[in-house]
Each structure stands twice: as C-alpha cells, then as structure tokens.
Ligand binder design. Structure first.
Ligand SMILES: *[C@@H]1O[C@H](CO)[C@@H](O)[C@H](O)[C@H]1NC(C)=O
Ligand SMILES: *[C@@H]1O[C@H](CO)[C@@H](O)[C@H](O)[C@H]1NC(C)=O
Length: 364
C-alpha cells in the first residue's frame, strides 16, 4: 500500500516537474536587439530565432523584412518555423531512420513517415542559453547555445551547438552556426528558416521579387520531397535561376508542391569556400539581399503552405507571403552516401557560415 502510494506520489511529482520545467522555459523567453547604423535585428532565445530585421528602402524608409508574430508566445506553438534555427537535422529524413556505423537509428516522424527539421521538438522548439550579448558598438552580436542530449528525437550522442548573430560592416548580418559531437558520431545540419519579404513583412506576396540562385543542379525528390539520390540540371526548367528571374513567372509549373520547395547544389568557384549563393531584389522598395555561404546546398522555399496566419501588426499572411533561403547540407544526406557527409564526430566539428548583405540598388 505505502509502496504504491510512494510510487504514485513520485510519478505525480515527476510529471509536475516536467510540466513546470516547460512552463518555466516559456516564461524565460526574451527578445534581444542588435543595432548598427540603420540596421536593427531582434532575435529570441526560443529556437534562436530571428523576430524582426529593420532595413531602409531606397527612400531611406525603414521596414521589417522578415515574417513573424507580435507575441513571443506565438513562437512557442508555431508550426511554420518563422525565423527559427532548425535542427538537429534540417530538412527531411526519409522514413525517419538511418544507419550509421552499423547501428540503426529510428527517429521521431513528424511529417507523415518522415522527419522534418529535427522531429516533433527540434532545435526550433527549445529554449537556448544566452552565452554572450552586445547590443551596440562596432560589432553587435549575440551567441545562443544549446546542449542536445543523446537520444533526443532519436538522434545519437550529445551535441553542443551555438548560433551567433553578428552585425558587421554596413547593413550586413552574419550568422555563424557551430556544433560539436561530444561522444558519438551523429548527423548535424542546421539552417536558418527566416521568411524574407524585401518589400516588407506586410507588403503582400513575394511573387514579383527577382531571384538569382547560383546552383546549376537540384537534388531530385519524390512526391514526399525525399531525395531519390539523383541530381538534375536546372536548364530548361522552372528551377533555373542562374540568371535573375521573377519568382512568379514560372511558379505555376510547380503545381504538385504549390511553388518552390527544392534543394539547389550550389556551384563552387575553384579554391573558394565561401560563395555567393543567391541574390533577391525587390524593385518597388529597391531592397537587395545577397547571400554568401560555405554550405553545399540551398533549399529555396516560396512559402507555399502559409495560410491565413496572423502575423505582426495583425497582418494576415497567405501563400508566398515570404521566401526562405535555407543554406544547408543536402536533405536526407544520411541516407545517400553519394551526398556530402553531414556526420560530425568529436574530432570533426560543424561550421556553417552565412552572410546576408543588404543594399538598395536593384540591378535589373
Ligand atoms: C498559438 O495558440 C494560441 C492559443 O490557442 C492561438 O491563438 C495562436 O494563434 C497560436 N499561434 C500559432 C502561431 O499557431
Ligand atoms: C507510411 O508508411 C506506410 C507503410 O509503408 C504506408 O502504408 C503509409 O501510407 C505511409 N504514410 C504516409 C502518411 O505516407
């Protein structure tokens, strides 16, 4: 009798402790601001996410160019990954499983039978620790860190990761993502999931923005967006953005995915690690974004599935309200030995660099 009572009591205590822990986490969500010149960036420790980025347009008028919510609480039940850092493995893992060094790992499936952006509670859905924060000065920056434990969402081994947001130069945002496996090899592939709208987050859709993507090939996917392992040239297809193209001009050809949702193999200049991956231009505001990275791939997503979402200032977002330029390794790499490896080990850390250069002179 007493034994059962003690057992029940400890069960109740354990349950309330874990609920309390989650509540306390949600209570500790904060916003941090970085300011330099005319650029101001707001981020939150929930998901190490971008909340807003204010930039001048061609007339010097400031506007917020990323989609998001008014209330921080909305970030804790967001399913659109607004501004978030996604992982442990960004993008999809087919069948929510993989085999590494002869060990089979079963992951949490959160999109049909597949794993998307790390599972049902990925890095976008946890509270990160603030390691360092400097709001102003020559190089404003904030560094978030997170310790992901062995078995989290099914992934092997402990991993520590950090994400830094740094304002540098004139109207430049650098994002640095670093990771280290502490005890076992594991796949690691982080991405920033900001939805950009250079016309302003409340300006409507991005279909008239002009995009250039420096990737001559895509990774071919099946109907569930899982790579088949094959590559295809973009030549002669709606995926060809080697020359600047209006996003909306060929989007109707992609009926199955309701728009762009594809990984580009970024072209590499000989001897250069950091490359220009993409340019986005918005004629109306004059804003231009250039994205440089050391990642092998870029997932271009045209916000196809946004529907009736209440965003900042009560503005309602619908399909194509923003676009994502997720530099990362190729999707489902862990199941395709012909893709660049995403495995990190205690000896081989992870290092992902992104530079967003903003200006206000369109070139077309
Ligand atoms: C989060 O949940 C609240 C309460 O149910 C709801 O009002 C809000 O729209 C949700 N936010 C998102 C982003 O789904
Ligand atoms: C998941 O896989 C099973 C077995 O292959 C299949 O029957 C089912 O339709 C799949 N579910 C989805 C949502 O794709």
């Amino acid at each position: 009798m007493t034994k059962i009572f003690v057992l029940l009591l400890s069960l109740i205590l354990a349950a309330s402790a874990s609920v309390k822990c989650y509540v306390v986490e949600k209570e500790n969500i904060r916003i941090f601001e970085l300011k330099k010149g005319e650029l101001s960036l707001k981020v939150t420790n929930w998901g190490a996410s971008i909340v807003s980025l204010f930039l001048p347009d061609k007339n010097g008028k400031l506007g917020d160019v990323v989609l998001g919510y008014d209330s921080l609480k909305d970030y804790t039940n967001d399913t659109t990954y607004f501004g978030a850092t996604v992982g442990r493995v960004a993008n999809r893992i087919g069948g929510a499983q993989f085999t590494l060094n002869g060990i089979h790992y079963k992951l949490v499936a959160n999109e049909g039978n597949n794993t998307l952006h790390g599972g049902s509670r990925g890095f976008s859905d946890v509270l990160w620790k603030v390691e360092r924060y400097q709001k102003e000065g020559p190089s404003p920056r904030i560094t978030f860190s997170y310790h992901s434990v062995d078995g989290e969402e099914g992934f092997p081994g402990d991993v520590t990761i950090s994400v830094s947001y740094i304002l540098s130069g004139k109207n430049q945002l650098v994002i640095l993502m670093k990771g280290k496996a502490l005890n076992k090899p594991t796949p690691l592939n982080l991405a920033n999931h900001a939805y950009w709208n250079l016309g302003g987050q409340n300006s409507g859709d991005i279909l008239n923005e002009v995009v250039q993507i420096f990737g001559s090939q895509i990774t071919v996917v099946d109907s569930k967006l899982i790579p088949t392992g094959k590559f295809a040239s973009v030549k002669g297809t709606a995926y060809d953005f080697l020359k600047p193209q209006i996003i909306g001009s060929r989007i109707n050809q992609l009926a199955e995915t309701k728009g762009y949702d594809i990984n580009y193999v970024l072209d590499v200049e000989k001897g250069k690690k950091k490359k220009l991956a993409a340019i986005v231009q918005d004629k109306k505001s004059g804003r231009v974004l250039e994205l440089y990275t050391n990642a092998p791939g870029l997932q271009f997503y045209s916000g196809n599935y946004i529907k009736n979402l209440k965003g900042k200032g009560g503005f309602v977002y619908n399909a194509h309200a923003g676009l994502c330029l997720e530099t990362q390794a190729f999707p489902d790499s862990v199941n395709h030995p012909n893709f660049p490896s995403t495995i990190v080990t205690p000896e081989k850390p992870y290092n992902h660099y992104m530079l967003f250069k903003f200006s206000t002179k369109t070139h077309y």
